[in-house]
Design a protein around this ligand. Sequence first.
Ligand code: SF4
Ligand code: SF4
Length: 427
Amino acid sequence: MIKRSFFGLQKPRLEYDIVSAAAPEPREISASETVQLFSNTVFDKKDQVALQPGDEVKTGQKLTILKESEDYVISPVTGTITSISPCTGDFGVQMTSIIINRKDKEEKDGRFNEISKTPSLQNTKDFLAGLPGVLPSALFSESDRKIDTIVINGMDTDLLVNTKQYIVKTSTSAIKKGIQILKEITGIENFVIAVPEALSLEASSTGAAVKTVSSIYPKALPHLVLKEILGKEIPAGSSFEELGVLLIGAEAVASLGTAYTTNEIPTKKIITVIDKHGFKKLISTILGTPLKDIFSALSISAEDSDRIIIGGPMTGSSVYTEDHPICNDTDAVIVQDRNVIPFISDNACINCGECVRICPAKVPANMLVRFLEVSQYEEAADSYDLFSCIECGLCSYVCTAKIPIFQYIRLAKYELARIHAAEAENV
Ligand code: SF4
Ligand code: SF4
């Protein structure tokens, strides 16, 4: 039986939800006992590990798994580390999980405060790389020397989500300060903010040039934003930075402004939470807060076989546990009732052509998927435009045979990146 998508739209003309003029303040939700952080550093027995269970940590303290490593996470709470263990993320990515048991009495680490009076790229890299909303790593790399324009995305990239729009609506002074800081530390003068028409007025007080983005999905995806507002098309396989553009989400820019205004590292994330009935709430919570604390505060029950999605309905990823924490890139959490989860199958393609007709990047998804289903990733990239895909998910959404095309595409891109990185290491 083919089931309808839970948001119940049959026609593939999907519109973003625009934040309402009367959007209420986000509800504050605290982590009850523990927070969990993920570090990109992996370690084994022979490594010199700098952190141990039992270590006391302060709010805002840099936590580095390996001595001499530049990779770090910031503790969003004061407490005691109870566990440091390997864990596996999307597509089998290896990471390290750090669990911290909170203490009631908060103590703040003062190291960022000491250097925050002198904003610099190095100080930002050393303390603010994990800000809520995510600063792109390209900001800190050599390639930023070629960048002449920073585009701030003030539009949420997936359906139903209001997180970035809320930030634009309510945090224009923080965004303005963030832009000033970015100008100072990068020397880049050209700033553009992309927002829906309804937020033009607010966006105009940030000091950036305002460009409006269509409310039709997927016009707010990064590739289409760039095409629409700067007239630049990103060639398949190229990065934005190669065209001289850096794209940063509005929340990250606001967090940067807040960091250098308050002299403290922001540790709270705004998130759009959508329950099984489609009701939506904005919340504000500490990074690392487990989903179960949020569900408990909002009286959401996720039963066995319900699906929990991190991100929006078109491009989000499922997680299997309510222990999963809020990360700095978590803009939305959706709980889907098990009875309305879109059906997927291993049916054969029936060549209806729907995926080709809907694709904004003109990828021949019907041909592509034949190669991806049998893991022929190089062929898919060479012959069927894998890297032209801008990851909107529309092909999966319309597929008559319910083939999870978009999931195949993501896996293929990840596998090819892994293979190419391994080849580069062995040269
Ligand atoms: S996800 Fe599918 S529809 Fe969207 S750009 Fe990629 S191939 Fe095209
Ligand atoms: S929409 Fe699905 S069934 Fe139709 S051509 Fe594309 S892959 Fe095949």
